[in-house]
Design a protein around this ligand. Structure first.
Ligand SMILES: [Zn+2]
Length: 132
């Protein structure tokens, strides 16, 4: 059933959403994942004509190339992903478009009316918790 969040819970909910937006762990993980694949390809592709830039290069040359280029590109990737999260977070942080009736608990899209057909008040679904 639906239970209304207390003001304290709602405040916590908003804080948590804000924290998620500034959390660096997710973009860091994605950057690490992307670059793991990139490094894997660079090392596997080493000695083949497949990637071109190192044709005939020794594994040490490949590794030194990675040392020089990996760090700035990794940092750049992370910064881009982090900025993306900040921007997308702003969109996600906007109020949900779903409202719910405090009497019959029927959810619906936010419209012009703040009252449900049953006479109850329509409130943002973010103020409510679903409890089994
Ligand atoms: Zn209703």
């Amino acid at each position: 059933m639906w239970i209304k969040k207390t003001d304290e819970e709602y405040l916590q909910y908003n804080k948590q959403k804000k924290r998620q937006r500034y959390d660096y762990k997710r973009p860091l993980l994605v950057a690490v994942g992307l670059w793991s694949v990139g490094i894997l390809f660079a090392v596997i592709g080493h000695g083949t004509r497949y990637t071109g830039w190192h044709s005939g290069a020794s594994i040490n040359e490949v590794l030194s190339w990675l040392k020089v280029y990996f760090v700035p590109w990794f940092v750049l990737t992370f910064i881009c992903l982090y900025l993306l999260q900040l921007m997308l977070g702003a969109i996600k942080l906007e109020r949900s478009n779903t409202v719910i009736c405090d009497k019959c608990f029927k959810p619906c899209a936010k419209g012009k009316s703040i009252y449900c057909q049953c006479g109850g008040n329509l409130e943002s679904i973010e103020r409510w918790n679903w409890v089994e």
